[in-house]
Design a protein around this ligand. Structure first.
Ligand code: GLU
Length: 443
């Protein structure tokens, strides 16, 4: 089902005359919403579990939702009002965990879907967390560093009633980064009067971050892909890979694929894509991007469009950008043998059925990109114990969890004769349902 999904605009409020004006009007995007995708996936998977209808309804519903509107003083003296959210989907298995997104497309429904996916993600890799998500409607690229800091500190204060090291732990997501986590940690700590490193994960290492956290999602994607190739008896060495997105997840995934001996034949970012049938030198491209601010114009590859990248014949296509990238209109063009989801929600339910029909193996987001939250968990444990691990140790533990989780999901899919996404959801929803039953209903 296609839905109109218009995010509320950022408002601008002039202090001088008190007159409100809309300063930024995000485009109305017609797309399959993340919320619709999450709900459809849940409804499909839950049919394979014999759950009480009340319990099923409980698991489908977000537990707690906070909407905040708050002012930020811009560099030009203007006061602008921003809207943000923090949603807890479920806490049956532990404190809620999930990132903070800064993007113009953020909406309450999107945050709800992302929070729900966090619950399933933590359950599928069996770490003791529930799911949450947060976001602010803004374009972080259009804010100065000073404005970004002001927005982050005020947003942190506004959502403070919902976050704590024992209750709900934010982390980076699209549009946020370690520096933003540092400001969140500092703001929360200032209110407490002492340092609380465990309030967020994905922080810089010098204030309690974990070695390997920045690379964790990308590493996790490739540990999972390697295990999948092994399981299906496919040759991993020299396998051809196409990666959509060159942000934190996409770029680290591409570099890791390159270092593991795969041939990264196509890559893209928001401005366009690159193709080289002999493989792109990804570290060199990264250096090029550092110097030029874009991947376009890199001389050792030919320019391609996003549609070309999606339709690239290859062993593994990795969507690592955002939601709704593989949908009803382009799924039939996919010619990869496997799709490994680095982003959250990149495949719509329609695209899932089309690709399943074509025999394409889809490793679902809640399994494939769980490396980030796994190392977030390690970071949180290290902060609580104030005892820090070596990077090697972090990577080995991460690899063990990703490999074990892939095997658990694969076995479930074989046993029940279902695709990997449904298997991952059945495993995850089943685990959360069991914890809920064990705890019992209060009061
Ligand atoms: N934002 C990441 C995700 O979607 C990481 C969340 C976390 O580490 O809490 O999985």
């Amino acid at each position: 089902m296609a839905t109109m999904n218009a995010a509320p605009p950022e408002m601008s409020l002039k202090t001088s005359n008190g007159k409100a004006k809309v300063s930024e009007q995000p485009a109305v995007v017609i797309q399959e919403s993340a919320y619709h995708t999450a709900m459809t996936q849940f409804d499909h998977a839950v049919q394979f579990l014999n759950l009480d209808p009340g319990l099923s309804q409980l698991l489908k519903t977000c537990k707690r939702e906070l909407t905040v509107s708050f002012p930020v003083k811009m560099d030009n003296g203007e006061i602008r009002i921003f809207t943000g959210y923090r949603v807890h989907h479920n806490t049956a298995r532990g404190p809620s965990k999930g990132g903070i997104r800064y993007n113009l497309s953020v909406s309450l429904d999107e945050v709800r879907a992302l929070a729900m996916w966090m619950t399933w993600k933590c359950a599928v890799v069996n770490i003791p967390y529930g799911g949450a998500k947060g976001g602010v409607i803004c374009d972080p690229k259009k804010l100065s560093l000073h404005e970004l800091e002001g927005l982050t500190r005020r947003y942190t204060t506004e959502i403070a009633p919902l976050i704590s090291p024992e209750g709900d732990i934010p982390a980076p997501d699209m549009g946020t980064n370690p520096q933003i986590m540092a400001w969140m940690m500092d703001t929360y700590s200032m209110h407490r009067g002492y340092s609380v490193p465990a309030i967020v994960t994905g922080k810089p290492i010098n204030i309690g971050g974990s070695a390997g956290r920045l690379e964790a999602t990308g590493h996790g994607v490739m540990y999972t892909v390697r295990e999948a190739f092994k399981t299906y008896g496919w040759k991993f060495d020299g396998a051809t890979v196409a990666v959509q997105g060159f942000g934190n997840v996409g770029s680290i995934t591409a570099i890791t694929a390159y270092e593991m001996g795969c041939k990264v034949i196509a890559l893209s970012d928001i401005e366009g894509g690159l193709y080289n049938p002999n493989g792109i030198d990804v570290p060199k491209l990264r250096q090029y991007r550092k110097e030029h601010g874009t991947i376009m114009g890199f001389s050792e590859a030919d320019p391609i469009t996003n549609a070309d990248l999606i339709a690239m014949p290859c062993d593994c296509l990795i969507p690592a950008a955002m939601e709704d990238q593989l949908n009803r209109s382009n799924a039939s063009t996919v010619r990869a043998r496997m799709v490994a989801e680095g982003a959250n929600g990149p495949t719509t339910p329609d695209a899932d059925s089309i690709m399943n029909g074509k025999g394409i193996i889809v490793i679902p987001d809640i399994l494939c990109n769980a490396g980030g939250v796994v190392v977030s968990y390690f970071e949180w444990v290290q902060d609580m114990q104030q005892l820090f691990w070596e990077e090697d140790d972090v990577n080995h533990r991460l690899e063990r969890i990703m490999v074990r989780s892939f095997r658990d999901v694969y076995e479930m899919s074989q046993q029940m004769n279902i695709d990997l996404r449904t298997a991952a959801l059945v495993l995850a929803i089943g685990r959360v349902a069991e914890s809920t039953k064990t705890r019992g209903l209060y009061p």
